[in-house]
Design a protein around this ligand. Structure first.
Ligand code: GLA
Length: 376
């Protein structure tokens, strides 16, 4: 499947881990529709690890769902998810066991792809735990990709090898639509900051066809659930979401969307932010700072319709005055051009500016704009 925009959806892992069930998935599907998340673009509902029994069926060798969690089987869950207009995602692993010690797909790739197709699956997250030492990781992703491509259903392959083995260099050639490039996120500022910074040089390896996945969002988790850590302030969650949007990362919500709070809902459905994330040109931003301070980075993304997105991102622990000479983005004073800005968070006109932009940005916070180039 050709993935032309960063996939958007919800994944069970961050909040629920093994506490997943038929009921919880149906309630989540309902919530995604009722709260307007599907309408905003969040279309995949993905069940992560822990959905199956601990062992394969001894007769058929198939992975089988845990009937305590999914008493009606996976097809019934998938049918319900589809009946809501959503797409259905599942999880397996390139190794012999999954990360939470359930059966992995190593040596069973074609059988498992056929099983996922029977379930009506549209998306497969494919992890990297318990990979036999001498197995070639790239070959394992090629194998599952070929198995999915011949299973009779269009299934998006979401690779998850945490950035090992220089994955950015070869993953696109396997046919995957997105690839995890980092270790697991937890619900804290330091976690998402370090994940983002670790990929700053690798976002050029993210484009229509295969996007760099910097993990499921913790936005709105409010320090509850499986990856709870120190939690984040509203400004920090906004910073996280802004970075994911700016760098065209897949937007997979990880909070309990059944109980999503108003601030979070407004943020994750902000039409300007989503437009920046989903821009059809899918270009990586460039760093536009004059002084190369990555903790207080200014990022500019060239978008379709001759627009630009501009992010002033203060990941430092103190307030910063952030200065962007327009010369740095290729608009010198001699051009006679200026930038007309829309504030992405408020939707308000933020004026026309020539020569430079300057904002005071509090610690851990951001300012973000969509800009048009106009005559000065
Ligand atoms: C790995 C992945 C996580 C999650 C867990 C499930 O740690 O990186 O995103 O899928 O496995 O066990």
């Amino acid at each position: 499947m050709f993935v032309n925009k960063p996939p958007m959806g919800f994944n069970t892992w961050n909040t629920f881990a093994e506490n997943i069930s038929d009921e919880m998935i149906r309630e989540t599907a309902d919530a995604m529709v009722e709260k307007g998340l599907l309408a905003a673009g969040y279309q995949y509902l993905v069940i992560d690890d822990c959905w199956s029994k601990r062992q394969r069926d001894p007769e058929t060798d198939k992975i089988v769902p845990d009937e305590k969690k999914f008493p009606h089987g996976m097809k019934a869950v998938s049918d319900y998810v589809h009946s809501k207009g959503l797409k259905f995602g599942m999880y397996s692993c390139a190794g012999v066991r999954t990360c939470a010690d359930y059966p992995g797909s190593f040596g069973h790739e074609y059988l498992d792809a056929a099983t996922f197709a029977e379930y009506g699956c549209d998306f497969l997250k494919y992890d990297y735990c318990y990979k036999p030492k001498d197995a070639d990781g790239a070959l394992l992703y090629r194998k599952i990709s070929m198995a999915l491509r011949s299973c009779g259903r269009d299934i998006l392959l979401s690779a998850c090898n945490w950035g090992c083995d220089d994955v950015h260099k070869w993953i696109r050639s396997t046919g995957a639509g997105m690839y995890r490039s980092t270790g697991d996120i937890t619900d804290s500022f330091v976690s998402f900051r370090d994940i983002f910074l670790s990929q700053l040089d690798n976002f050029v390896y993210s484009a229509p066809g295969c996007f760099n996945d910097i993990d499921m969002l913790t936005v709105g988790m409010r320090n509850r659930g499986n990856v709870a850590a120190s939690g984040c302030t509203d400004e920090e969650y906004r910073t996280e979401f802004a970075l994911w949007c700016m760098f065209s990362a897949p937007l997979m919500l990880g909070c309990d969307v059944r109980n999503i709070d108003d601030v979070t809902l407004k943020l994750v459905t902000n039409p300007h932010l989503i437009r920046i994330n989903q821009d059809e040109e899918g270009r990586p931003p460039f760093v536009a700072n004059c002084c190369g301070d990555t903790k207080a980075g200014i990022y500019v993304k060239v978008m379709s319709d001759n627009e630009l997105a501009i992010l002033f991102c203060n990941l430092a622990d103190d307030d910063r005055r952030m200065w962007l000479p327009l010369e740095n983005i290729g608009i010198p004073v001699s051009s006679g051009k200026a930038l007309r800005l829309t504030d992405v968070y408020t939707g308000e006109d933020a004026g026309a500016h020539k020569e430079y932009l300057m904002y005071r940005v509090p610690a851990h916070d951001t300012r973000m704009f969509i800009a048009k180039i106009v005559n000065a």
